[in-house]
Design a binder for this molecule. Structure first.
Ligand code: SAM
Length: 292
């Protein structure tokens, strides 16, 4: 087996060889601990028949661990300066395709069709650029891609919000936006000390296993997310007050909101953070006719 890219000595050699300077604006914090990378890949349950998508390979530290476990890896990297580095560090592997692109602008469905047509299942495995964690997750989950799930590292605080249960202070519209698409769990906590440069925040790895069918059937998904965002706009307000100020129905339609809440058996004086995703789904469907 090849020597790991992620040892502190090898990483520094590579960075020096290419005179690489980190760009904070691109969320560039590279991992320098092969054990962490092995554990991340372990949580993805890849087989020799799996395909994997990585966002932000950096100098290839995680990419090579994925390549050892999967049939093929496709990695999106935005920073052109890293392309010659990756060409060099990943040269021992013949199952990696690097795509120079901002993943948020990429046609991921087309890339999957072209590059991952003969794999049995597809997982996203990545140490995400933290400044775009949420847009990346939302894009990958809403585009109806043929992926089984995601194992991704992010800021711990965001991981806690994504995986939160009703009734906790972390639970909010982000928890619902992600949990609507999959079961989300924290699988690892990662200390700052395994990165170069060290970030200011703690990190965690979460696994999202996509649902076969959503946990609640709704008339319109976008409207469900609009209702949840409005419900959490001011956490100390009741769900009724938040909906009244957030849904722009006008004061004269106040009674419609109360009726919708009551038709779902939801006390208007409850706070948004106490509602389950199923209750939000029922509520969104009860409110929907008033907007359409
Ligand atoms: N995978 C490497 C590791 O674990 O050591 C690097 C991870 S680093 C946290 C994030 C990587 O994402 C960087 O290589 C950065 O250049 C890249 N990146 C940032 N924004 C991106 C975007 N919008 N699309 C694709 N890659 C991006």
């Amino acid at each position: 087996m090849n020597k790991d890219i992620a040892t502190p000595i090898r990483t520094k050699e590579i960075l020096n060889k290419y005179g690489f300077s980190f760009k904070k604006s691109l969320g560039q914090n590279f991992i320098i601990d092969p054990n962490i990378l092995r554990n991340i890949v372990g949580h993805a349950n890849l087989t020799e028949e799996s395909g994997a998508i990585e966002i932000g390979p950096g100098i290839g530290a995680l990419t090579e661990h994925i390549a050892r476990a999967a049939k093929k890896v496709v990695a999106f990297e935005i920073d052109q300066r890293l392309l010659p580095v990756l060409d060099d560090t990943l040269s021992p592997y013949n199952n990696i395709k690097i795509i120079h692109s901002d993943v948020l602008k990429a046609d991921v469905a087309k890339v999957i069709q072209e590059e991952l047509q003969d794999v049995k299942d597809i997982m996203v495995v990545a140490n995400l650029p933290y400044y775009v964690t949420t847009p990346i997750l939302i894009k990958l989950l809403t585009e109806n891609l043929p992926i089984k799930g995601l194992v991704v590292m992010m800021q711990k605080e965001v991981a806690d919000r994504i995986t939160a249960n009703p009734g906790t202070k972390e639970y909010g519209s982000l928890s619902i936006a992600i949990q609507y698409y999959g079961k989300a769990e924290v699988v690892m906590s990662v200390p700052k000390t395994v990165f170069i440069p060290q970030p200011n925040v703690d990190s965690a790895v979460i696994r999202i296993t996509k649902h076969q069918t959503p946990p609640v059937e709704v008339i319109n998904e976008d409207f469900l997310f609009e209702v949840t965002r409005a419900s959490f706009a001011q956490r100390r307000k009741t769900i009724f007050n938040n909906l009244q100020s957030g849904l722009y129905l006008g004061k004269e339609n106040k009674h419609h909101i109360v009726e919708a809440l009551e038709s779902c058996g939801i006390d208007p004086s409850r706070r948004g953070e106490t509602l389950t995703i199923q209750e939000f789904g029922q509520l969104a469907d009860a409110l929907y006719p008033m907007f359409n």
